[in-house]
Design a protein. Structure first.
Lengths: 430, 430
């Protein structure tokens, strides 16, 4: 039923092992140039509970860049067997080094994820993902082999060949990025293939790109499978940090291997239960390049309560955006994703919306311009006013402030190529 | 000095272990559908010497295709953890399955190759090769990790990034395909990088494409490194079948893992010492999908004598062509590569030549039309005749027949796009 013992740890066991491992991490990390300085002589013995992690300094992407390529290493160079490097579009890339033990524990964690969603030896696993420096490719590949699946390293692209492999070898499980999954489903239809009738597909790992619950359901419908969400980042090995169980209600963070905090990106204090904040992660098992309290910039929240699956590893929601997108209005943190979720849940709302921040005198205000679908944009002012008020109430409920809502006709807000610009800050600085 | 014990086996030890393993292979192979039939109840106990391999049937690419996808498997499906599939441009592709033990022994052999050319833990190994279904990518990747190098899975292409990785991480060893190596060296020059001054490169594994000794020297000069030739094929795992030692005088075949024969492609009898024939291979360690006496279609010859390095594993030459290119003339096997080598060694000969097979009455004859460089195509009939005779003599010495040689002016023979058509058979069948 379970892949390993750690999967069924109680909260007490998890926290006990976290304290022991955190102490080891602090001790080990101090051997690196970067942490020798930034830890400033903190004594590992001072770590007596999980909360003592707050005595340790945070680590940022800039810290990693500044110590590029090897300022975080704790063992001699000849003990490393793998290196992944981020693309580094701005400034220095970041480099992540792995010892053989790091590769082993990473593969174990990834195998645990796959086992959790019912993948077993005998399953045929097609890894439809790029390999090379992208940790999602080799990371999931090693996990699949560790688990004992028949692993087909089919790589990204070449759709016709992917389909042939899937038919010939009766592939049961795949790893695929969400945007390619929908394209792939269309290609199947065009080839006259009904996945439920002609294929043996049962389950998919989808990750690497943020995607909505709706996209997941579309992928599941189109391919006749169950799709499970994955979270990871190279600084914490890669995939295998958090993963959905069969319940599909949030991703369990493997807390025996990663210590997770969710902090207010401004105050750097823990957010209240269930509130949104920035994921901050500490790797508890990485021996060659431990990273302490890494600010991921990913926004998320813990899901409350226990998972019906019985596992005690806490669950996080889908990634809700990037910390860099956060707005502060009257001292309240607001994320565009919160507003988007409220708007998109309303059938009357169209494709586009715009958030304007302004100040009237010295008081901040938020204006939300919302496109309304043609069929709802009728000449009945009373109905429109009622809709406007419903939207306002729903937004206030979510963001705890009352924005000024304006309804506009479909296709009147400026469209942008690529990633839409949803927030305009018109506030004057005083 | 040596990676493992098998590397220094004496001939007696090699042959003793070959017999034991060959017996195991026969026993194991008989559990597959294909060999249950084709071995026809051969008793493993009948294998008493290496030469008894000749009692076993040959296996062809067509046999593999006909048993696609799983007719050669000897253990249940759930014991396999990897699958590689050839591209299969014509008809069914071929599928090669690996158990965890198969992956382990493959990685060991590949690590042995890299160790032989002086690569060690502490070396930074950049794997500049495609990953995915191509066995050269993951095969060499696993070998490098097994050996304990810092392995950078940089993948194919993206030259600017390859250069940045090479500089930032002081890469000492690379795997690169020969045609990309020369392109890459040019890119370095264009970026103002002198590999001897600015990089730490020391050694390259080059394989996957046949290339000449001259190309190797060019790669070595351009990158300031030593380049070592590699031989392998997916049916025998992938790379790691044969590899050059520091002497660079032919590739040692790892005979504890592969039993190699070189056979006349027509008679299927062993060729004489040093003669060219088709490589026929038996995998001695593969447990999940053993292949017996596989006709590779690759033409090669054993190199005579002992290697100065002291290893007793026999050496083969560079791959000299494909068996499908063989011509039979008056009962003699002739390979276009032999003629090309003779012609290209002569400074007067231009880019193009054409081999015509014809029969005059019932007697086969070969006509070789040779383009002569402009500066040598002078009006001095005596000089031209002397040249023609020199070519004829050199060819007779190589192929043991006297062809009719015709000298023609440069750019008069038909040019073909892509792979040149060098042989035209005008013989009438009787």
């Amino acid at each position: 039923m379970y892949f390993d013992k750690a999967e069924t740890y109680s909260r007490e066991e998890i926290e006990r092992i976290q304290v022991v491992r955190l102490r080891n991490v602090v001790e080990r990390a101090a051997r690196s140039r970067f942490y020798a300085e930034s830890l400033g002589g903190i004594d590992p013995a001072d770590i007596r509970s999980v909360d003592d992690i707050r005595r340790l300094p945070l680590t940022t992407k800039n810290d990693l860049r500044a110590s590029y390529p090897d300022g975080l290493l704790t063992v001699p160079h000849d003990q490393f067997v793998r290196l992944h490097v981020s693309s580094g579009t701005t400034g220095n890339p970041t480099a992540v080094y792995y010892t053989q033990n790091d590769l082993n524990s990473w593969a174990d964690l990834m195998a645990r994820c796959m086992h959790m969603i019912g993948i077993r030896p005998g399953d045929v696993f097609q890894n439809m993902s790029g390999y090379g420096l992208f940790t999602g490719g080799l990371g999931i590949h090693y996990g699949a082999e560790r688990l004992g699946c028949l692993t087909i390293p089919s790589g990204a692209g070449n759709t016709a060949r992917q389909i042939k492999l899937m038919k010939d070898f009766r592939t049961t499980a795949i790893h695929i990025i969400p945007s390619y999954a929908l394209y792939f489903a269309e290609a199947l239809t065009k080839s006259g293939i009904d996945p439920r009738r002609d294929l043996a597909l049962r389950v998919a790992l989808v990750g690497a790109e943020p995607h909505t619950e709706e996209s997941r359901r579309k992928i599941e419908d189109a391919l006749g499978i169950k799709a499970y969400n994955s979270y990871g980042l190279s600084e914490m090995n890669g995939p295998g940090v958090a993963f959905e169980c069969l319940e599909q209600k949030g991703m369990h963070v493997w807390e025996d291997a990663y210590l997770i905090e969710i902090l207010d990106p401004e105050t750097l204090e823990p957010v209240k239960e269930g509130e949104i904040g920035e994921i901050v992660m500490t790797s508890l098992l990485r021996e060659g390049m431990p990273i302490i309290r890494y600010r991921t910039r990913d926004l998320c929240r813990f899901l409350p309560g226990e998972c019906p699956c019985g596992r005690k590893h806490r669950r996080i929601d889908r990634i809700l955006g990037r910390a860099d997108d956060m707005m502060i209005l009257k001292g309240v943190n607001i994320y565009p994703m919160q507003i988007e979720q409220v708007l998109m849940a309303m059938p009357e709302v169209g494709q586009n919306y715009l958030i304007e921040l302004d100040n009237d005198g010295h008081i901040d205000l938020m204006r939300v311009k919302v496109e309304i679908k043609e069929e709802f944009f009728i000449e009945d002012m009373r109905a429109l006013n009622a809709l406007r008020e419903r939207i306002q109430t729903a937004l206030r409920y979510e963001i705890l402030l009352t924005p000024k809502v304006e309804l506009v006709e479909a296709n009147t807000l400026p469209k942008s190529e690529g990633k839409a610009k949803r927030v305009i800050d018109l506030r004057k600085q005083f």
